[in-house]
Design a protein around this ligand. Sequence first.
Ligand SMILES: C[S@@+](CC[C@H](N)C(=O)[O-])C[C@H]1O[C@@H](n2cnc3c(N)ncnc32)[C@H](O)[C@@H]1O
Length: 270
Amino acid sequence: MSEHASWDPTAYGRFAAERSRPFADLLAQVHTDDPALVVDLGCGHGPATLTLGELWPNARIVGVDASEAMLESARALDGAGRVEWVQAELRAWDPASLGQAPDVIITNSTLQWVPGHLDLLDAWVEALAPGGWLALQVPGNFDAPSHRLMRETADQHERAGELGAALDLPAVGEPATYLRYLTRLGCAVSAWETTYLHVLDAADEEDNPVLSWVAATGLRPVLDILTEDDERTAFMEPYAAHLAEAYPRSPVGVLFPFRRVFAVGQKTTA
Ligand SMILES: C[S@@+](CC[C@H](N)C(=O)[O-])C[C@H]1O[C@@H](n2cnc3c(N)ncnc32)[C@H](O)[C@@H]1O
């Protein structure tokens, strides 16, 4: 199941500018000057978490992630030991383990991998210090050609059953879903969506940059299952051809629209 999808920090680190922008846009709506404790849930390989330390130099920063490969990369990047890196599955992670109430909980591009993630928000808001902030961003692109074609190609594969199950990701909410949910938990909420029009591979150096993008994220469950060369080829060849058709090269590069859903709540109750 997708919660155990493998992660490759190097592959994920490609398109760093495109991947870091939603984190910055999310953070821009967290209006606090000097938080004592900031937690990044699903911190990944570290660069985004390290920017939290730069933004709030006095804060204790904790990064939590299930993937040892991502955390290893994060620790290597954090030579100064600025961040406390913690390995934990988010459904099992206990905010009480922090030993103090967090002022900011941020989770960027992660909750789409966590089944039943709405339920987790209850405990996270409860754990926040009074006036604390919960900020989340999830992709809202599961009906985009990149993902639809992935499911359709999986349907045609000899291991369609397993692939279909692995691609049956937990649903993410709409902006209104998170706005209603966090409001009910006692937050003042701002929720919105943005469709980024990424321009990939402007230098025209590779055939299929959209394939490179998804191979580091949404395609991980497929790659984890199809470990044999021939069965992987039987998926990748048709999928790459469908992607190339759906995302043709334009004079400026390959245009890749990517919708994302954001919500930021400030706890108004004690
Ligand atoms: C797409 S990456 C996002 C990383 C980082 N937040 C960023 O913005 O670059 C998703 C991360 O969520 C982690 N993850 C996925 N499911 C998880 C879970 N159930 N518990 C903890 N971490 C999880 C993965 O290991 C991965 O590092």
